[in-house]
Design a protein around this ligand. Structure first.
Ligand SMILES: Nc1ncnc2c1ncn2[C@@H]1O[C@H](COP(=O)(O)OP(=O)(O)OP(=O)(O)O)[C@@H](O)[C@H]1O
Length: 291
């Protein structure tokens, strides 16, 4: 049986997987997508990614990089494959029956689909925040403390308390909850619950945070708070966000990727993509001609 390895350990040991070695041979300049799918200093590298649900070809040959400390927004009409592609980035599709992923996805040059990679620590390194806030039925403290405890990231109670405080501060929630850490997380408002979920993701020291329409269940004020938080988090993390809200993509992201029927049609600097799209399909979508 193959040994299951934590990717952080593999990186620390400077080991190169067979799959990683193979990826170097992939032509990084190969372009099937209009615009700028590749960046100088990527955190994640995706090459020729295809996803199938049984016979359905949901993602077609997508190649794109995600840069360090960038917010990459993914937009497109309903059913174009945004969430499917997002879920490839931390192997959440492994949990979907009948779903098959091919191609290469590297995190810091290691192939996350290498069969020796343990998905549990991978999903800490590439954390996820969902559409609907989903705090555990536990206290605010325990919601944030759970991950560091099960991943063995802290050595004692005081270190754990420090991690919880730091994560809640980074998620912009500390001032609102510091006097009631023992209260249930589910008792917070929707916007506070979403920031608690972001604190939970931060607590396990991620490099990348995936967000699947994180504000769709929030009111405009809570949405603005989470958007400000995303902008702040970019200094520490790489963020990939799926959104239906083009204004939100314009406010929070540096690059935007436009998907259509499973194809990655265009990627570009967000301001350029919204003001001067290079592909007709992108233009039709952002001008509201379809979608
Ligand atoms: N578990 C599944 N089984 C079969 N088909 C699926 C499954 N999940 C998604 N699909 C199909 O794959 C395609 C892409 O779906 P996906 O949810 O990724 O799109 P999306 O762009 O995120 O859509 P939305 O904006 O509506 O959330 C759609 O045609 C969808 O019906």
């Amino acid at each position: 049986m193959d040994t299951v390895l934590d990717m952080r350990e593999m990186m620390a040991a400077g080991r190169e997987t067979t799959a990683t070695a193979g990826v170097r041979k992939v032509d990084r300049d190969r372009r099937t997508t209009v615009g700028m799918p590749f960046v100088e200093d990527p955190r994640m590298v995706c090459r020729e990614v295809n996803v199938y649900y049984g016979d359905k070809h949901a993602i077609r040959n997508v190649s794109i990089d995600v840069g360090k400390n960038e917010v990459l927004a993914m937009i497109g009409p309903s059913g174009c494959g945004k969430s499917t592609f997002l879920r490839c980035l931390n192997r959440m599709n492994d949990t979907v029956a009948g779903c098959r992923v091919s191609g290469e996805i590297l995190l810091d040059e290691l192939n996350i689909y290498d069969k020796r990679v343990d998905v549990v620590p991978l999903r800490a390194q590439v954390g996820m925040v969902f559409q609907k806030p989903n705090p555990f039925p536990k206290s605010i403290f325990d919601n944030v403390a759970y991950g560091p405890k099960i991943h063995g990231l802290v050595s004692g109670k005081s270190e754990l308390a420090d991690v919880v405080e730091d994560s809640l501060k980074k998620a912009g929630l500390w001032n609102e909850v510091s006097d009631r850490l023992d209260q249930p997380g589910t008792g917070l408002s929707g916007g506070q619950q979403q920031r608690l979920c972001i604190a939970r993701a931060i607590a396990v020291r991620p490099e990348v945070i995936l967000m699947d329409e994180p504000c769709s269940a929030l009111d405009p004020i809570a949405t603005a708070t989470v958007e400000d938080l995303i902008t702040e988090l970019r200094t520490h993390y790489t963020i990939v966000i799926v959104t239906h809200n083009m204004q939100q993509a314009a406010r929070v992201s540096q690059r935007t990727a436009y998907f259509h029927l499973g194809d990655l049609v265009e990627v570009g600097p967000t301001d350029r993509l919204f003001t001067n799209p290079r592909h007709q399909l992108t233009e039709d979508y952002i001008t509201g001609r379809f979608g």
